[in-house]
Design a binder for this molecule. Structure first.
Ligand code: M6R
Length: 609
């Protein structure tokens, strides 16, 4: 989704802004733009497509000298991708410039009003009302005009603005879209995402909703929308730059798949107390007593995080006896959810900024639920808005297709389940057994990753097919859904995930020699049933790829290709079984020539509803 970078300081703004845009590329975008204040004048450039095209243009122009500037990568919502619609947008006289993430819901009314007052618009975007509103209210001070403009705006925003009428300052504001301010030595870098800040500073301030920041040579000050000054805490980012770079891998996605032994270990680190068979989750300390009394859990999330939630449902219900429901966050508030004070509402989100998840969280909060988060991005809005939570500590996930965040979310669900179950009826022995098995998971993932040559061979064989089913039962049903999502996202192949038992209720009509099925058929409580479903597909001539346990030779006659994974206890299987599916999707995507890290139409962090 859209990305923002702004710079004010002692150095040339241009290279810092361009590098920032490159670091935000992973979020998904279709055009980019930049404006720099070059002593008395604003110079701006925009281009459709990659940041590299913008860079080529910029090199030919003399934008170099300015030390204040803002830049943006746009993911089209209002108006098609074009230079005209790319940010930054400006006022009538091209003196006030704004980059914006989010959606101005009342922009049509505002635009009509501004046009009636003589403003001339150049784009089809909702954003353009912002510089015109600032122009309308400008009386010599940029932040005062911005505050007045914000009072007129309904919707979500992260905004950075500069003006040649009040130069040598940059102002920023936020409402429901992330914005972080990096604080350097007499310089500030504002961005929608920490990855654009990391190479300059780790000292950051997170803006809260309806807060404004003003940065100039005197330093930084914060205001609310009533111009009351605020004092804000600085935080230190614990991600390093190397984790936001490819480190020799051809794609972030492959790097992140290979990071999983470590990212899972990081999610577990310091949280397992073997001799007591319990987990130590510092982020839940303040709600420990409430957790002992909750009678129902609602989980809400999107995409991959939703599938992690489905695994969580099986786990928590089986091991704790607490009833669990899982909802797509985009649906949650439309079904009048029933919530009381004994309900815990759990959001799962890698980015911690997904607009649908935030909207669901808001609804649950209003209804009085205890709100919890499983979030990867430290300091993100969801992590700050929930009552308590557990960080993934999986490190930054750059590739649009989520991989290490998923296995980390599954690991955290195990920790949470143990936490709840040991507060209730789970025995010490069972707690210890689960912890022992969990500790072995990183090494087992490593073992699967050694098998890439076989997975590559299978990818080559199947890359020509245009339809796929992914099937599993019980804990591996959500894994099938995730396998299908991975394949469709990065290869653009039609892929559907099904519960293997559901196949005979309709989808089996599609099976023929051109419609392969991937079965997750590890040796667990539903193994025989899944094998029967495989037989049904085989009988109809459908090609089969099976994921089963090392040493299980019984499937050789049914499946066309078999990928072996190490054995573990049933509740931990999803963490292992998804890894070959990630690799299969990755290699098919690469072999089909797709841009796997930045698939078309997708964004890393979906900050619109
Ligand atoms: O940041 P979140 O975990 O809240 O994101 C949720 C989904 O947008 C995300 O998982 C999406 O489905 C990914 N592209 C999946 O690979």
């Amino acid at each position: 989704m859209c990305g923002i970078v702004g710079y004010f300081g002692k150095n040339k703004a241009l290279p810092i802004l361009l590098e920032g845009l490159e670091r935000l590329e992973y979020r998904g975008y279709d055009s980019a733009g930049i404006v720099v204040y070059c002593g008395e004048k604003m110079k701006s450039l925009k281009s459709v497509g990659r940041v590299s095209s913008l860079k080529e243009k910029v090199i030919k122009e003399d934008l170099i000298s300015g030390k204040v500037g803002i830049a943006h990568t746009r993911w089209a919502t209002h108006g098609k991708p074009s230079e005209k619609n790319a940010h930054p947008h400006c006022d009538c006289k091209r003196k006030i410039w704004v980059c914006h993430n989010g959606i101005i819901e009342n922009y049509k009314i505002l635009k009509k009003w501004l046009i009636e007052r003589g403003h001339k618009f150049r784009s089809e975007t909702d954003t353009e009302v912002i510089p015109h509103l600032i122009e309308e209210y400008f009386q010599g001070n940029l932040e005062n005009a911005l505050v007045k403009a914000l009072k007129k705006i309904e919707g979500t925003y992260a905004i950075v603005a500069i003006s040649e009428k009040d130069p040598n300052k940059i102002v920023a504001a936020k409402n429901s879209s992330p914005l972080i301010i990096g604080i350097g030595d007499k310089e500030f870098i504002v961005a929608s995402d920490a990855s654009a800040i990391l190479s300059y500073t780790k000292k950051v301030v997170y803006l809260n909703d309806k807060e404004v920041a003003v940065m100039n040579a005197d330093g930084i000050k914060f205001l609310d929308l009533f111009k009351k000054s605020l004092s804000k805490k600085t935080h230190i980012l614990n991600w390093d730059l190397s984790s936001a770079q490819k480190s020799g891998y051809p794609h972030f996605m492959l790097k992140e798949i290979f990071e999983q032994p470590e990212s899972i270990a990081n999610s577990l680190r310091g949280r397992l107390i073997n001799k007591e068979g319990i987990t130590k989750l510092g982020g839940l300390d303040n709600v420990r007593k409430k957790m002992a009394n909750i009678k129902r859990i609602l989980i809400s999330s999107c995409g991959t995080a939703f599938y992690a939630g489905l695994v969580g449902e099986y786990l928590i219900e089986e091991k704790t006896g607490i009833p669990v429901e899982v909802d797509l966050a985009s649906e949650f508030r439309y079904r009048k959810p029933i919530i009381d004070k004994h309900t815990a509402f759990l959001i799962v989100s890698q980015s911690g900024e997904t607009a649908d998840s935030l909207a669901a969280l808001k609804e649950a909060k209003e209804k009085g639920a205890l709100t919890l988060g499983i979030v990867n991005t430290v300091g993100s809005t969801i992590s700050r808005e929930t009552d308590a939570g557990i960080y993934n500590h999986a490190g930054p996930e750059i590739s649009v297709a989520s991989t290490k965040a998923f296995t980390s979310q599954l690991s955290i669900f195990i920790l949470l389940t143990l936490f709840l179950a040991r507060q209730r009826q789970m025995s010490l022995i069972e707690g210890k057994e689960i912890i022992n098995s969990l500790k072995k998971i990183p090494a087992k993932v490593k073992q699967i990753l050694k098998n890439i040559s076989q997975i590559k061979r299978i990818a080559k064989k199947y890359k020509k097919f245009n339809n796929f089913f992914f099937m599993g039962r019980k804990y591996n049903y959500p894994v099938a859904l995730e396998g299908a999502l991975k394949l469709k996202e990065i290869s653009y192949i039609h892929a559907e995930g099904y519960s293997a038992g559901e196949m005979k209720h309709g989808p089996i009509a599609l099976i023929d020699k051109n419609f392969p099925s991937v079965f997750i058929v590890t040796e667990n409580s539903v193994y025989e049933k899944v094998v029967s479903n495989m037989e049904e597909v085989k009988a109809r001539g459908g090609p089969i790829i099976a994921i089963t346990n090392i040493g299980n030779k019984k499937l050789d006659k049914i499946a066309d290709d078999v990928i072996y994974v190490p054995k573990t206890i049933e509740i931990l299987e999803p963490i292992l079984n998804v890894v070959p599916l990630q690799l299969l999707a990755y290699y098919i995507g690469v072999m089909r020539g797709r841009d796997v890290d930045k698939p078309r139409n997708l964004a890393k962090s979906v900050t619109v509803e």
